[in-house]
Ligand binder design. Sequence first.
Ligand code: 2BA
Length: 109
Amino acid sequence: MKLVFAIVHSEDSQKVMDKLNKSGFSVTKLSSTGGFLKAGNTTLITGVEEDMVDKVISIIEKESKSRKQVVNTSTPTTGLEGMLMAFPIEVVVGGATIFVLNVDRFEKV
Ligand code: 2BA
């Protein structure tokens, strides 16, 4: 058995979960926060048999859009001691970031 962790944009999460459920997969949704943008995203966990991993990934891929986001970073200026200058950079977020882990044991009791 495998555990698929998918970090998706929160706006895509409902669609991804609906499609996974409709295809017979159980999903758990966790609210998470990206370390770089410090913005909310969603982590979805799905436990599946190994031969279903590609199907799960293709559903997630199909429903997860990539987005451009502008983030302000600050850098110390030269010559002006202690001054920080903010400048915007554009980053591409997603579609989805996916990790597939081995499951040693799975029980439902
Ligand atoms: P964040 O950490 O908020 O990152 C958002 C986007 O910012 C990233 O999109 C990437 O384009 C950019 N980015 C992240 N770290 C950067 C850095 N050190 N320098 C420049 N740009 C950087 P994605 O790669 O699509 O990642 C979306 C979210 O997925 C991330 O949100 C994070 O929550 C998660 N994630 C991505 N890679 C991960 C990894 N290797 N381990 C754990 N979580 C990861």
